[in-house]
Design a protein around this ligand. Structure first.
Ligand code: NAD
Ligand code: LMR
Length: 338
């Protein structure tokens, strides 16, 4: 029996993400939590004739913790797209003041009610909210770094789409699976077009086009924020991306020999195979997005070797990313430790 809980299920991401999860035959119970509108979303989804049952959980007041507890109890996987999105002119870090405490409180609920769940964090700023969850779980003595995932999949989705648009006659977005490493905001996002089948296409671009392509991946979120003109940020593409990571984690749970690899923003904790090696290559940062091998325990191995194979230009991008990430991570850790 697989139970998946979405916290923030009535939101712009939460609703389409829940719809996709509702269609996954590996999921038996879909549990929806939000502080508004969730009974309606749950009633609507519950009419779909798929494999899973649906439950919705709405707190009766700000003090009511039972709805969250009920939604989380017995969860194998929890996805968090709760919190506020950006408006034009804002950075993801500008969301910290509101989203940090939302994510902390949800993490506390997970520690108390679903301490063994795989936890996927979508709420921004991801570079800080993931350390917040790690510190909260640590404080409660239930932290397992193999089970915590910062969702950076949208950056990979964009990297694949944007290079294919440059070669629309010869390629499709599904031809690519670009590794995007670092973090999830602006220059902390480092797409590695020089590795794998994208290399030959990337190499053919002019220096100016290469820069523009990298910049488009790094600031792809702004494109959507601008187009939505005050009505939020990416929701549909994010729901797809969040679903893709969740689907891979569920697939890896029962995979018989097939290697499942995804990029995720993870805690480079010594207990994870390859994490210590990775950490040395990123100036001792505690969190970083890298490709990881997934398995029954979550993150089984960090594929750090990719860092030894990047181009000179990508090394420069990496330097900038590392510099910026350090402050973002410290801010998240300090929020809980203070
Ligand atoms: P939204 O405002 O449409 O939805 C957020 C939902 O969270 C709302 O339904 C709200 O009621 C709910 N919520 C607020 N506080 C809550 C709490 N304490 N517990 C449970 N639910 C709560 O926003 P959205 O567009 O869905 O974006 C959500 C978050 O995802 C934002 O922080 C956004 O920046 C982030 N995001 C991340 C990525 C990524 O790549 N990681 C991509 C897009 C958006
Ligand atoms: C994205 O990359 O689309 C998200 O992080 C949302 C945002 O604020 O841009």
């Amino acid at each position: 029996m697989v139970k998946v809980t979405v916290c923030g299920a009535a939101g712009g991401i939460g609703q389409p993400l829940s719809l996709l999860l509702k269609l996954n035959p590996k999921i038996d119970e879909l549990s929806l939590f939000d502080v508004v509108n969730v009974p309606g979303v749950g009633a609507d989804l519950s009419h779909i004739c798929s494999n899973s049952s649906t439950s919705s959980h709405l707190p009766s007041s700000r003090e009511d913790k039972s709805a969250l507890a009920e939604s989380l109890k017995g969860s194998d996987l929890v996805i968090i797209p709760a919190g506020v999105p950006r408006k034009p002119g804002m950075t993801r870090d500008d969301l910290f003041n509101i989203n940090a405490s939302i994510v902390r409180d949800l993490a506390q609920g997970i520690a108390e009610n679903a301490p063994k769940a795989f936890v996927l964090i979508i709420s921004n700023p991801v570079n800080s909210t993931v350390p917040i969850v790690a510190e909260t779980l640590k404080k409660n003595g239930v932290y397992n770094p193999q089970r915590l995932f910062g969702v950076t999949t949208l950056d990979i989705v964009r990297a694949n789409t944007f290079i294919s648009q440059k070669y629309a006659k010869e390629t499709k977005a599904t031809d690519f699976n670009i590794n995007v490493i670092g973090g999830h905001s602006g220059e902390t996002i480092v797409p590695l077009y020089s590795i794998g089948n994208s290399k030959s296409y990337y190499d053919k671009l002019s220096e100016e086009d290469k820069k523009a392509l990298i910049n488009r991946v790094q600031f792809g979120g702004d494109e959507v924020v601008k187009a939505k003109d005050g009505a939020g940020s990416a929701t549909l593409s994010m729901a797809y991306a969040g679903y893709k990571l969740a689907e891979s984690i569920l697939k890896a749970l029962t995979s018989k020999g097939e290697e499942v690899v995804e990029c995720t923003f993870l805690n480079l904790d010594d207990s994870i195979k390859g994490a210590a090696e990775a950490k040395k290559l990123v100036k001792n940062l505690d969190f970083f997005s890298l490709p990881v091998r997934l398995g029954a325990n979550g993150i089984e191995e960090v594929k750090y070797d990719i860092l030894n194979n990047i181009s000179a230009d990508e090394k420069k991008l990496l330097e900038v990313a590392i510099e910026q990430l350090s402050g973002n991570i410290d801010k998240g850790v300090a929020f809980i430790k203070k």
